[in-house]
Design a protein around this ligand. Structure first.
Ligand SMILES: Cc1ncc(COP(=O)(O)O)c(C=O)c1O
Length: 393
């Protein structure tokens, strides 16, 4: 007879966090199954379909027999297509050998953090920020050092503060603009100051998460870290197809690594996932090389919805929302309602049937805020605002 198992998972498992958006999604789906009418402003994914020419490229790849493993770093045509895209988009030449194809944007952050994180190391990350940064930093054994992002600066970091937090133990600084969960965009001048200051700290690497780089509003231009050749030997850029081409479920991303780190990242890929789904990689080529009008169609729709949600939130009692410059999130201050973020998240879901995410899911500096993803129809956003208004009355 077997007794009850007595297992001993490694201590780092207790340090691994999560992404609440997936938990809220599960709760929202469960409520839907009970017949409740739920509007989901929780999950951060475009509510558009992947453009048909991209889907067709994947189907063709399967019909053509691309069923096997590919090189771990990605098929050469796709790595070249990414390098050409970076040249077109950012005006910067990147060797295809430094481009790695990843199963989504997330895997790049996992690898970059594991590459630098260990006990005694410090890693800086935006807070509030994408929750996986802090989670994986803790998992790696490194000390997470938050870069506090404040409403009064439109949730952009202040370069002096970031530079002032660097110690001899700092290994990596994570940046994200346009940002999740705030929609904040870091002004170019601040990035320039940071890059200049980093000259004094050659032991510090930078991972720039630019996954929302095509989602900017009011004529803003993306300030990419690629623009600084002096940083190229310590810069990792995370990007991908998920948000730009409505491809979150395809699990396809890319990253650019300094020459000295490419082999290590590729080895992590071989140990982890072998290679990315072959047909998705062909879809990735079609996305980058095909017509780009769908990107602008989505961006325009998001811009309209941003107007509706920001104005609507600002009209609610106790709620104040700064204008997000990019991505598809609004991050209103809910301090005036007298409720904390988690209480409001639960009340909106259960009483109003509106899924949102408490700011605390994005770090301690998110208390007093809620994240609304406006990747939903204008009609649903209006209805969600109406219901939330009633729940706050
Ligand atoms: C800032 C940020 N980086 C990376 C990702 C991960 O993207 P992917 O779905 O391609 O893994 C997300 C997804 O929400 C994100 O918000």
């Amino acid at each position: 007879m077997y007794g009850t198992a007595e297992l001993h998972p490694a201590a780092h498992m207790a340090r691994l966090g999560t992404e609440s958006a997936f938990e809220v999604l599960a709760r929202a789906e469960a409520l839907k199954r009970q017949g409740k009418d739920i509007i989901n402003l929780g999950i951060g994914q475009p509510d558009f379909k992947t453009p048909p020419h991209i889907v067709e490229a994947a189907a063709k790849a399967l019909r053509d027999g691309h069923h096997g493993y590919t090189p771990a770093a990605g098929i050469p045509q796709l790595r070249e297509a990414v390098a050409a895209y970076i040249q077109r988009q950012h005006g910067v030449a990147v060797e295809p050998e430094r481009v790695l194809i990843m199963p989504g944007g997330k895997v790049t952050m996992f690898f970059a953090i594991l590459m630098f994180g260990e006990a005694g190391a410090e890693i800086m990350y935006p807070n509030p920020g994408f929750p996986i940064y802090e989670s994986v930093i803790k998992f790696s054994g490194a000390t997470p050092v938050p870069i506090a992002l404040l409403e009064k600066t439109g949730f952009a970091f202040d370069a002096e503060t970031v530079l002032g937090q660097i110690t001899p133990a700092t290994r990596l600084i994570i940046l994200n603009s346009p940002a999740n969960p705030t929609g904040g965009v870091v002004p170019k001048a601040e990035i320039e100051k940071l890059v200049k200051g980093l000259a004094r700290h050659p032991h510090v690497a930078v991972m720039s998460d630019e996954i929302y780089h095509r989602l900017l509003f009011d004529g803003r231009e993306h300030a990419t870290l690629f623009k600084y050749p002096e940083l190229a030997d310590r810069l990792i850029v995370l990007d991908g197809w998920s948000k730009t081409y409505a491809m979150t479920g395809w699990r396809l991303g890319w990253s650019v690594w300094p020459k000295s780190l490419v082999a290590g990242a590729e080895r992590l890929a071989i140990n982890c996932h072998s290679c990315v789904n072959a047909s998705a990689q062909y879809a990735g080529i079609a996305a980058l090389e095909g017509p780009q009008d769908s990107v602008e169609v989505m961006r325009t729709a998001f811009a309209e919805r941003r107007r509706i949600i920001v104005d609507g939130l600002n009209a609610l009692p106790g709620v104040r929302c700064v204008e997000p410059g990019g991505a598809f999130y609004a991050f209103p201050n809910i301090g005036g309602t007298g409720k904390d973020a988690r209480t409001l998240q639960d009340r909106f879901l259960t009483q109003a049937g509106v899924a949102t995410i408490a700011g605390t899911a994005f770090g301690a500096h998110g208390e007093g805020y809620l994240r609304f993803s406006y990747a939903n129809s204008a009609e649903n956003i209006r209805e969600a605002l109406r219901r939330i208004g009633l729940a706050l009355a």
